[in-house]
Design a protein around this ligand. Sequence first.
Ligand code: AMP
Ligand code: MG
Length: 371
Amino acid sequence: MDNFERISAEIDNVPRRSILRLALVACAAFALFTATRPFAAAPEPRGVVYPTRVMGTYANVLIVTPDSAASAPVAAIAQRALARVDSLMSNWTQTSEVARINREASRTTVTVQPEVARVLEASLRLWKESQGAFDITVEPLVRAWGFIGGPHRVPSEAEIANAFRLVGAQRVQYDAARRTIHFTKDSVRIDLGGIAKGYAVDVAAESLAAHGIQNALVDLTGNMVAMGHPANAGAWRIGVRDPRDRVRFFARLPLEAGEAISTSGQYEQFVESKGKTYGHIIDPRTGKPAEGLLSVTLIGRSALDCDSWDTPLFVLGGRESRRVAAERTDLHAILVSPGDYGVDTVWVEESLRARFTLVPEARDLFQVIYF
Ligand code: AMP
Ligand code: MG
């Protein structure tokens, strides 16, 4: 006997008056149910966050869905995409492709896995376009300051000088047709940390789209791609972090569907010594942590584009970063430079004027200049 038959059989055994009462209660309950939830049959979509740990930090895959259980397997695919990029490009493990390249490319020519090749090609192009401000061979310097391998520390001048001798992407011989790499000097090492997060976020977003997801947000510590729109609004509204952490976000702005955003800042990783703060973005021209800006936020068409350029713009600093940002019409920049008396300057590109809003609690902390 199936369930339905068993229930009707039980009702059959109940005295008639009880059946009537039961029917009335059921009718009342149904009326109440339909009055309060007219579309109860189709649950409303809402933003569901699927968090994961990757690249030594947290990533959130947010999917707008009426059914969080049904979306979970797709979120897991996007999370695996993030983890795959990490396992290929990490400088923190000995097992990544980048670690293998770093071990072998000085003594032999190494064939590179296709995704690593894509990021390498983008990195070497960026080195040229940024006049050397972005340089993946900064690895020995990043390591000397403990930003790879840890702990964060201020190295001696001799250590900096030794590491500095290895820096210069002209020492990376890369053959795009064969997908091979060779370092022309011993002990040269590469670090894709300035660009790999953006690539990872793009790949994760692509995997969501490939599985039919239209509205989602992928966020890997400030490297984001916005797909479609959130559950109850026309656009994703993104907060830009205060590089000095006085308020959580100093500004908000909407992202259009398909846009990406990234922020590079000293505050992400730094070491303090004798009243000075040294950040994890190294100026490859001096060997020292870049000074001049507190943060660079870029809005563009892909997370790879944004993460690519946020690092060299940080290196280039004030006036030069504004010149390069203005030149690149595909990227929209928000640059924060330190100011006196606790008031920093936010340089906002004209192209963002209509959608940039300083939050009320940040009004005494920043002056805004459009460029
Ligand atoms: P991002 O947060 O995108 O600015 O990336 C910062 C990371 O890029 C650092 O933690 C380093 O691993 C790496 N890096 C630092 N300085 C440079 C540079 N001048 N060029 C390329 N990568 C860099
Ligand atoms: Mg970057």
